[in-house]
Design a protein around this ligand. Structure first.
Ligand code: FVH
Length: 291
C-alpha cells in the first residue's frame, strides 16, 4: 500500500477522531463515518471526506478501521455491510475480549473479509506520538500490507495469527494498569486522612512505583518458569505478615480496605501451601487455579 492509499475510519468518538487525524496528517485520503454525523466536522476541516452511510464509507477504501464503543456496536454497524466489506481489510480497534475478537474473526472469514483485531495502548492525545503503541493480531498478510498506514497511529506490534491475541495482551496490560490505579487510589485516600501535602507525596509515590516496576521482568521470568525461589530478597512469609498492617492502618484511618484486601487471602494461602520462603510472585500460580 502506498503512503497515499485511502483509509476509512468508522467511529469518531475521542479515539476514532484521533485515529482519523493521524491518517490525514500522514497524507492518506480519509473517509469518515459516525452515527452522529456532526462529530465529523472538525475532520472535514483537515481534509476528510464524510460518507453518507456505512456502506459508502466502507467502499471508499481497501483499509477500513473501526473504533466504536464496544463489540455490540461493531456488529450492529458492520452486520448490514458484510457484502461491501468482502475483499477488504477490516482493522477493529474497539476494546473487547479475546473471545469477542475470535468471534468477529469467524464472522469476517465467513464473508471473505481480511480481519485484523487490535488493542490501542494510548489515550487519544497520545495517538501518533512516540508514547503510543498498538497491538494487532489476525490476518498477517493484510496487516503487513497496511502496516505503513497503521504505524502512523503508534508503534505497531503484531502478536500473532490468532485474532484473540491482541485483545489478550491489551486486557492483560489494562489489568496491570488498573491494579496500579487501585494501589494509588488507596494510597491517596490514606495520606488524605492526615492532609499530607500532595506536592510532597506524589513524587514519592511515583518514584516508589517506578522502582517496584523495575522488578517486573524478574517476576515475568519466574511466572514463565514456575520457579519462585530464584533471587528472593523479600520472602512471601514476611510480606504476608506485614500485609496485615496495611489493612489495620486503613481501618485505623477510617479508609476502606476494599481495593487492597483481596490480596490478603492469596498471600496467606501461598504461605499455607509452602510458598513462604519464595517470592510473592507465587500468587500467579494461585490465580491460575482459583480456589
Ligand atoms: N479513549 C481512550 O482513552 C481509550 C484508549 C484505548 C482504546 N479505547 C477504546 O476505543 C474505543 C472508542 O473509544 P472512544 O474514546 O472513542 O469512545 P467515545 O468517545 O465514547 O466514542 C464512542 C464511539 O462509538 C460510537 N457508538 C456507540 N454506540 C454505537 C452504536 N450502537 N452504533 C454506532 N456507533 C456507536 C459513538 O457514536 P456517537 O455516540 O458519536 O454517535 C462514538 O463514535 C472503545 O472501545 C474504547 O474502549 C479508548
Amino acid at each position: 500500500m502506498s503512503s497515499n492509499s485511502p483509509v476509512t475510519v468508522l467511529g469518531l468518538g475521542a479515539m476514532g477522531s484521533a485515529l482519523a487525524t493521524a491518517f490525514l496528517t500522514g497524507g492518506h485520503p480519509t473517509t469518515v463515518w459516525n452515527r452522529t454525523p456532526g462529530k465529523a466536522d472538525p475532520l472535514l476541516a483537515l481534509g476528510a471526506t464524510r460518507a453518507d452511510g456505512v456502506a459508502a464509507a466502507v467502499t471508499a477504501s481497501d483499509l477500513v478501521v473501526v473504533c466504536l464503543l464496544d463489540h455490540a456496536s461493531v456488529h450492529e454497524t458492520l452486520g448490514p455491510v458484510a457484502a461491501e466489506l468482502s475483499g477488504r481489510t477490516l482493522v477493529n480497534l474497539t476494546n473487547g475480549t479475546p473471545a469477542q475478537a475470535r468471534e468477529t474473526a469467524g464472522w469476517a472469514a465467513g464473508h471473505g473479509i481480511a480481519y485484523v483485531d487490535g488493542g490501542i495502548m494510548a489515550v487519544p492525545p497520545g495517538i501518533g506520538t512516540d508514547q503510543a503503541f498498538v497491538l494487532y493480531s489476525g490476518a498477517e498478510d493484510a496487516f503487513a500490507a497496511h502496516r505503513p498506514a497503521l504505524e502512523l497511529l503508534g508503534a505497531a506490534h503484531f502478536a500473532g495469527a490468532d485474532a484473540g491475541l491482541a485483545a489478550l495482551y491489551d486486557i492483560a496490560l489494562l489489568s496491570g494498569m488498573y491494579g496500579m490505579f487501585a494501589g494509588v487510589f488507596h494510597a491517596l485516600a490514606l495520606v488524605g486522612t492526615e492532609k499530607v501535602p500532595a506536592a510532597e507525596f506524589a513524587p514519592m509515590l511515583t518514584g516508589w512505583i517506578g522502582a517496584m516496576a523495575a522488578g517486573i521482568p524478574h517476576m515475568a521470568a519466574q511466572a514463565e518458569s514456575g520457579d519462585y525461589t530464584d533471587g528472593v530478597v523479600s520472602n512471601a512469609a514476611m510480606q504476608a505478615a506485614a500485609f496485615g498492617n496495611l489493612l489495620r492502618t486503613a481501618e485505623d484511618q477510617g479508609v476502606s480496605g476494599e481495593l487492597i484486601a483481596p490480596l490478603r487471602p492469596l498471600l496467606d494461602r501461598l504461605v499455607a501451601e509452602g510458598g513462604g520462603a519464595g517470592d510473592v510472585t507465587g500468587v500467579v500460580e494461585l490465580l491460575k487455579r482459583p480456589a
